[in-house]
Write a protein that binds this ligand. Structure first.
Ligand code: ZN
Length: 281
């Protein structure tokens, strides 16, 4: 039975827009923003549509996955110069083969309010190893505390949730924790309501959480997440299709749909200020 006591903000839903990611390309969906100006524009459109947080990856000029600091710096500086009101969340993964320093430097130097923290290693999409070894996670947690960046703890399965709880206990991650329950990535747990309920029931007492589904189960997770009192993430990083066989027109199209769903369910999308209060950033 799902326990709702962990949701202390049931009437507000923090919508995160995951704009770009590391995997999808303009071949998958031409609307994917990959260059700094496209990403900045997409962030604004998502904010205007109702997102409180934007989760940011960068790409090279040829759109390939990247953790280049100058690209992060360009985007974050533009958003700050333009007084972007939303919460900026930078990735700490961003693709394959990047060094610890390359993965840590963007959040260490640019000090966004949040950055992702992937709580374990997995066989990513049954093709490559998504490396998040213990030493890296310890370093990440340490630097995040040092520069006061809140980890968005991404878990793809129950093992990662247990790992995150271990790091919370050890003080490597400072609570109250914020979890992103990522379902439907091949190699992780399937995007089903059953799995979402299971993960939520094993979260620490004092935390906030958000969720999203990749692929087939995306809409199910979206609806279940809102119904269960969670926060949700949407965007072209996770899904290039809006519905089965229908390509999404833009990131903000996903955000606009969540806003409608949230309101229909008698809730409200959290403003960035409300999200900051809920997340403690
Ligand atoms: Zn990401």
């Amino acid at each position: 039975m799902f326990e709702t006591r962990r949701s202390n903000h049931k009437e507000k839903v923090i919508i995160t827009a995951a704009l770009t990611g590391a995997v999808t390309t303009k071949n998958d969906n031409p609307a994917l923003p990959t260059q700094p100006d496209e990403i900045v524009e997409s962030a604004w459109k998502c904010y205007e549509a109702g997102a409180a947080t934007v989760h940011i990856h960068v790409r090279n000029e040829d759109d390939t996955a990247s953790m280049r600091f100058d690209r992060f710096e360009e985007i974050v500086t533009k958003l700050r110069d333009q007084k972007f009101p939303g919460i900026i969340n930078l990735t700490s993964s961003g693709g394959q083969g990047f060094s610890w320093d390359e993965r840590i430097k963007p959040f260490k130097e640019l000090k966004p309010e949040m950055a992702s923290f992937d709580a374990g290693t997995m066989n990513w999409l049954n093709t490559v190893v998504f490396m998040n070894e213990p030493g890296f996670l310890e370093k990440c947690g340490e630097v995040m505390q040092e520069v006061n960046v809140k980890p968005e703890i991404e878990v793809f399965d129950m093992g990662m949730l247990n790992t995150a709880k271990y790091y919370l206990k050890k003080g490597i991650i400072q609570g109250p924790a914020h979890f992103q329950l990522c379902l439907g990535a091949p190699g992780g747990m399937e995007a089903t309501t059953e799995n979402l309920v299971y993960l939520v029931n094993h979260l620490p007492e004092d935390c906030t959480w958000s969720t999203f589904g990749i692929g087939r189960g995306a809409n199910e997770i979206l609806l279940s997440g809102i119904a269960m009192g969670g926060n949700v993430r949407v965007g072209l990083e996770d899904n290039v299709y809006y519905n089965k066989g229908v390509l999404a027109e833009s990131n903000e199209q996903f955000v606009a749909r969540v806003v409608r769903l949230v309101k229909e369910m008698g809730k409200e999308p959290a403003t960035p200020e409300e999200a900051r209060e809920i997340l403690g950033v």
